[in-house]
Design a protein. Sequence first.
Length: 227
Amino acid sequence: MPPAPHLLLVEAPYYAHIAALLRQGAERAVAAAGATCETVSVPGAFEIPAAIALAAKGGGRFDGYVALGCVIRGETSHYDHVCAESARGVQDLASRDGLAVGFGILTVENEAQALVRASPVGSDGGGRDKGGDYAPLAEALGRVGRAAILIGEAAEKMQVAFRGTLPVERAPTLEAAVDAARRLARPGDAVVLSPACSSFDMFRDYAHRAEVFRGAVARVTGQGGPP
């Protein structure tokens, strides 16, 4: 039997709490695929392609690479340059150099968007637990979130993890969670559907979940849609 593939995760932990979530997700995916990995850190997303290129020249220790980072838009064009060049650098490594590279660099407008994309759970979370650790997300949401409304089979585990970080409510359905979010939200707040788990305890599939969410939002905002 050939040895298990060994991957290198190259992370840019500029936003440490987001980087931790990305790294944990990547490590879970690697383990689920029967592979192994190790991690190195670089200062920012811009440096990730160069680090992968250097590692690839080091004797073929790695069967593949994963780029992990987060770039959040600021007040200048620096964001655009970092996003474009990090993406181009990773693409060059794959298409020009023939390396197997996974692109896990988030390019977002704000921290809330990053948390939704990096996290196993967000403002409205729930479903069947994937075995993830919700503690890093609890710490991050405690700084930026007003409340978490939890649904699904994993809600109890999430509630325990979130204890002491931000207010938590449980809801029996996604529609009820949207109602609760409307009650708790203040002007300027964003209500985010951020699934933590698979949806199959409550919905047919991910599209069905999105359809129910859109209908619930349309109902409470008076913009039509399913009753």
